[in-house]
Ligand binder design. Structure first.
Ligand SMILES: Cc1ncc(COP(=O)(O)O)c(C=O)c1O
Length: 326
C-alpha cells in the first residue's frame, strides 16, 4: 500500500504497490485472485523496480558514474523507467525498441527525451541488426557506454527477489498457493518465485507466454521453435535469455493476442482496472488455473502496466478489428 509519508523524490515512489482482491471477475470461482498493481510505481510499470535497483547497484560497484551512457533494449517500460532514473542521477540513455511498439509508449519516451534506436520488428533474431543483437554493439561503440542487459543480467531478478517478492508475501499474509506472472525478461517471475519458494516450497509458480514466443515450447519439450510475430507487448522472446530460470517455474501457459486483449478489456469492464495487455494475460492465466484447480486456493498475480500505454491499440476497437481480434 502507498505509505503515508513525505517522499524524498520520484524514485522513492517505487515499490509498495497495492495488492487488490478481484471480486467481480472471479464471482463464479472457488479461488481468490489478488493482483499487484505495478502500474502504481512512479513511472507506471513493474520495470521501475529494476531500473532503480540495477543502476544503483552498478553505481555502487563502480561500473558506472554520472555522465556515462546506459544502453538497453526494451519493449518500452524499462526504457521509461530508465529515463526516470537517468534523469535524476545524471546519465545519458540510448534505447533500442522494435518499430511495432505502441504509439503511446513512443510518445512517452519522446516526452522524456530518450534517444531511440528503432529496429524493424520483422528482422530475424540472428540478424546482426536485430533487436537483441544491436544493443550490446551500440553500448560498445558509445564512449562510456554501459549495457544494462535486462534480459541476461540477473540483477533484474535480484530486484524482484528483494522487493516484489517480499511485498507480495507480506501482503498475502504468507498464504499463497499460486503465483502467476508473464515471462518477458523473466526477472519478475523468477525473482519473486525464488523468494516465495524459500518461504514456502509448496507455492506453485505459473508463467504466461504469447503464441509466437519460444518459452512455452522450450519449457514443455525442450525444443526451440521458430518464433513468429505477435502483438502482446512485454512478454515472450525469440531467444533463450539469461534471466529466465526455468527451474523456478512450475508450469507455463500459452496465450493468444485475442485472449489477452479481450481479458484486458474485461478487466476494465468488470473490475474498473485499466491495465495493459500483459495484465490481461496474467488475469486470463489466473482464471484458467482457478477453473482447473476448482478449489478455494489463493492466487497472486502481477498487473505490470496500465492502459495509458495501449489506448490506440488494445482499447481501440478499430485497431482490434484491423488485427482480426474483434
Ligand atoms: C507490460 C509488461 N508486462 C510484463 C513484463 C514482463 O516482466 P519481466 O520482464 O520481468 O518478465 C514486461 C517486461 O517488459 C512488460 O513490459
Amino acid at each position: 500500500m502507498r505509505e503515508k509519508k513525505l517522499y524524498r523524490d520520484i524514485l522513492d515512489g517505487i515499490g509498495n504497490t497495492p495488492l487488490i482482491k478481484l471480486n467481480q471477475i472471479t464471482k463464479e470461482l472457488k479461488a481468490d485472485i489478488f493482483a499487484k498493481l505495478e502500474y502504481m510505481n512512479s513511472m507506471g510499470s513493474v520495470k521501475d523496480r529494476i531500473a532503480k535497483y540495477m543502476v544503483e547497484k552498478a553505481e555502487k560497484e563502480g561500473r558506472i558514474k554520472p555522465g556515462d551512457t546506459i544502453v538497453d533494449n526494451s519493449s518500452g517500460n524499462t526504457a521509461l523507467a530508465l529515463a526516470m532514473v537517468c534523469a535524476l542521477k545524471g546519465y545519458h540513455l540510448k534505447i533500442v525498441v522494435r518499430d511495432n511498439l505502441s504509439s503511446e509508449k513512443i510518445k512517452f519516451l519522446k516526452a522524456m527525451n530518450v534517444e531511440l534506436i528503432m529496429i524493424d520488428h520483422t528482422l530475424p533474431p540472428e540478424s546482426p541488426n536485430s533487436y537483441n543483437n544491436i544493443a550490446p554493439r551500440i553500448a560498445r561503440e558509445t564512449p562510456n557506454g554501459y549495457y544494462l542487459d535486462q534480459h541476461n543480467n540477473r540483477e533484474n531478478n535480484e530486484a524482484h527477489y528483494l522487493s516484489t517478492g517480499p511485498e507480495t508475501w507480506e501482503q498475502m499474509e504468507g498464504k499463497i498457493d499460486y503465483f502467476v506472472a508473464g515471462v518477458g525478461t523473466g526477472g519478475t517471475i523468477c525473482g519473486v518465485s525464488k523468494f516465495l519458494k524459500e518461504k514456502d516450497s509448496g507455492i506453485n509458480v505459473i508463467g504466461v507466454d504469447p503464441v509466437g514466443s519460444i518459452f512455452f515450447d522450450y519449457f514443455h519439450s525442450k525444443k526451440i521453435v521458430k518464433p513468429s510475430p505477435y502483438f502482446l507487448e512485454g512478454l515472450g522472446d525469440e531467444f533463450l535469455i539469461g534471466c529466465v530460470d526455468f527451474s523456478l517455474i512450475d508450469d507455463i501457459y500459452q496465450i493468444t493476442d485475442k485472449e489477452a486483449f479481450l481479458m484486458t478489456r474485461e478487466l476494465a469492464d468488470k473490475e474498473a482496472i485499466l491495465a495493459g495487455g500483459s495484465s490481461g494475460a496474467t488475469m486470463w492465466a489466473s482464471l484458467k488455473l482457478a477453473r482447473e484447480v476448482d478449489k478455494p486456493v489463493r492466487i497472486a498475480t502481477i498487473f505490470a502496466d496500465s492502459a495509458t500505454r495501449y489506448l490506440s491499440t488494445i482499447y481501440n476497437d478499430d485497431w482490434l478489428m484491423e488485427k482480426g481480434i474483434l
